[in-house]
Ligand binder design. Structure first.
Ligand SMILES: CC(C)(COP(=O)(O)OP(=O)(O)OC[C@H]1O[C@@H](n2cnc3c(N)ncnc32)[C@H](O)[C@@H]1OP(=O)(O)O)[C@@H](O)C(=O)NCCC(=O)NCCS
Length: 169
């Protein structure tokens, strides 16, 4: 199997000293523009607020850092999104795109939810044109269930066309 299709991706809890790395990778409009709740610009104070919040993990609110060779390269989580619906969300820092990291991380995250006893279907929503993210979902068994609209109040007030997916489990 090629390295691209099977990168050595690990998930771990966030640590307080991840703030610099988060601020480096997330202060990038190409990454934040496709997420539901990451502000842009993204300052170290945004990372610190996020790291403080994810320490309060409970029930169906689960967040993990994605690492490759022990270096933080992205994030994946399940929890309430703007508007209130619970969805899976994920991102990978741009220097690490196209290596199969998100595909592997979403698969590992679903397995982690199993281990944590978090059952039931998992919803996902992508900006309509985010074909890379749609591939990640489909490769992990998510099924397209219809179009919608997403909001990104951390960045602007516009509603954007979206595609909705569900993983039944
Ligand atoms: C979407 C994102 C997470 C993908 O991360 P990644 O690690 O590069 O993804 P992978 O390498 O695992 O897989 C990407 C898949 O999309 C495909 N892809 C990439 N760009 C594409 C494009 N423009 N059109 C169609 N498919 C595309 C790749 O070919 C790959 O599919 P394949 O394995 O069948 O070839 C990453 O681009 C990102 O963080 N984007 C910004 C944030 C975001 O969109 N988050 C998701 C919110 S729903």
């Amino acid at each position: 199997m090629s390295a691209r299709s099977n990168p050595d991706v690990q998930l771990r809890r966030y640590q307080l000293d991840d703030a610099d790395r988060l601020a480096l990778l997330l202060n990038d409009p190409d990454v934040t523009a496709m997420t539901s709740s990451v502000p842009f610009p993204y300052a170290r104070s945004d990372a610190e607020a996020f790291l403080s919040d994810v320490r309060n993990e409970s029930g169906r609110k689960v967040s993990r850092a994605i690492t490759l060779d022990d270096v933080l390269v992205g994030g994946v989580g399940l929890g309430p999104r703007p508007g209130g619906a619970e969805e899976i969300g994920y991102w990978v820092g741009k220097p690490h795109w196209g290596k199969g990291i998100a595909s592997a991380a979403v698969g590992a995250f679903v397995a982690l939810l199993d281990d944590l006893g978090v059952t039931g279907s998992i919803n996902a929503q992508t900006v309509a044109g985010n074909e890379a993210s749609q591939r990640v979902l489909i490769k992990n068994g998510f099924v397209y269930v219809g179009d919608g609209e997403c909001i990104t109040p951390a960045r602007d007030t516009a509603k954007k066309p979206s595609k909705r997916y569900v993983l039944e489990r």
